[in-house]
Design a protein around this ligand. Structure first.
Ligand code: KDG
Ligand code: MG
Length: 415
């Protein structure tokens, strides 16, 4: 191919000469792909798949890195197609997370070469900042309400609220021992007990009290963590209608997408789903049948900016808006890329933001900043997130997995 010099350098300057997989645990585990071009520009992509980190690290190391060396970093689309179509084995969380890491790192490089913030490469700014929601949780309704107040006082306009379920020893998403809650806490999965009848008793009472305590201005959200059957989810969605939720998330496991028709038939509470989806094919039926209002599929777990842009454009045809997953197990690199995407995407809804630990923020210095209830992605070229590799090396990988749920009779239950 001819050497056409451009503002962004020649294809020789853009040649990938190094690709490195960095695994680190500053507060929790993260996998990061760093790509370096001949001209010395570096790009970073998040490759973290909570509890299955080393599967993606090995996929990258063994199957992707050897194919990257010598490629032109400017050929983002072709590289995406190479790894997606070329692998024969399409989709799935491990593959799509690995492809996402490459894709985000390449977008980072190309934006740096152009000297532009990444959102500018996507089509420019559509809004001043990305509305974010924080996580409030508590051991009872009063404590959860205090937490909601604390976030409102910090300037948040949207808060997700989760409350411990009376009669259950431990509820996922509720902090223990005064620490912030962390999705994956133990080396082997912690076995917890679950009761949907008990859960369905407390949740409407929680939101009734939150509206009494905080009025109607704040947006309130809730996550069902895929634990209900379709008719239980419909009952909850209907019972929450007076409290005007921004969304009810992951009401049922989403393999059975017909379930959303049942919920829709009974309720006008907006529905969000998709943090475990990996491709546009997982979302297609729900979106084109208008069974959901927000799609949560993220850049890191669904093939990167290149694929999620396609998904968001498709969703826009049906007035479905984005609401990207942003728990602590998605690294600051993913958050930086997501915020540039959020700054551009026309059908933006909201962005989740669970604060990372101090050590995580130190290993991944970033441009994004919180102001007036929104996150602002920053203006430096690329996605605005870097890595301190020396510091990262001080935090070796420490295996951790998500808890599992069993019913009170011992049967395994859904996430
Ligand atoms: O890895 C799983 C967590 O990210 C997830 O359980 C958190 O549901 C979650 C959320 O909405 O942030
Ligand atoms: Mg969730």
């Amino acid at each position: 191919m001819s050497e056409l010099p451009t503002v962004a350098g020649s294809s020789r300057d853009r040649e990938i000469v190094e690709a490195k997989v960095i695994v680190t645990c500053p507060g929790r585990n993260f996998v990061t792909l760093k790509i370096v071009t001949r001209s010395g520009i570096t790009g970073l992509g998040d490759a973290t798949l909570n509890g299955r980190e080393l599967a993606v690290a090995a996929y990258l190391q063994e199957h992707i890195v050897p194919n990257l060396i010598g490629k032109d970093a400017g050929r983002i689309e072709d590289t995406w197609q190479f790894f997606y179509r070329g692998a024969y084995w399409r989709r799935g969380p491990v593959t799509m997370t690995a492809i996402a890491a490459v894709d985000v790192a390449l977008w980072d490089i190309v934006a740096k070469l152009a000297g532009l913030p990444l959102y500018q490469m996507l089509g420019g700014r559509s809004r001043e900042g990305a509305l974010v929601y924080a996580h409030a949780n508590g051991r009872d309704i009063a404590e959860t309400s205090d937490e909601v107040r604390r976030y409102i006082e910090m300037g948040f306009r949207a808060v997700r609220a989760q409350c411990a379920v009376p009669g259950l020893a431990k509820t996922y998403g509720i902090a223990s021992g005064g620490k912030a809650y962390e999705p994956a806490e133990t080396q082997l999965p912690l076995e917890t007990l679950w009761s949907t009848p008990k859960y369905l008793e407390i949740v409407p009472k929680l939101f009734e009290q939150l509206r009494v305590d905080h009025g109607n201005d704040v947006e309130l959200l809730h996550d069902g963590h895929h634990r209900m059957t379709p008719i239980e989810a419909a009952r909850l969605a209907r019972s929450l209608e007076p409290y005007r939720l921004f969304w009810l998330e992951d009401a049922t496991p989403a393999e059975n997408q017909k379930a959303f028709e049942v919920i829709r038939q009974h309720s006008v509470t907006p529905l969000a789903v998709g943090e475990v989806f990996n491709s546009i094919w997982d979302c297609k039926h729900l979106i084109e049948n208008q069974l959901i209002d927000y799609i949560r599929t993220t850049i890191v777990h669904a093939g990167g900016i290149t694929h999620v842009r396609r998904l968001a454009d498709f969703a826009s045809l049906y007035q479905v808006r984005t609401g990207f997953h942003g728990a602590t197990d998605l690294s600051p690199v993913c958050m930086g890329a997501a915020l540039h995407f959020d700054t551009w995407v026309p059908n933006f809804g909201i962005q989740e933001w669970m604060h990372h630990a101090k050590e995580t923020d130190e290993v991944f210095p970033h441009d994004y900043q919180f102001r007036d209830g929104r996150l602002h992605c920053g203006e430096s070229p690329g996605h605005g997130v870097s890595i301190d590799e020396k510091l990262a090396a001080k935090y070796p990988y420490s295996p951790k997995q998500l808890p599992i749920a069993r019913l009170e009779d011992g049967s395994m239950w859904d996430w």
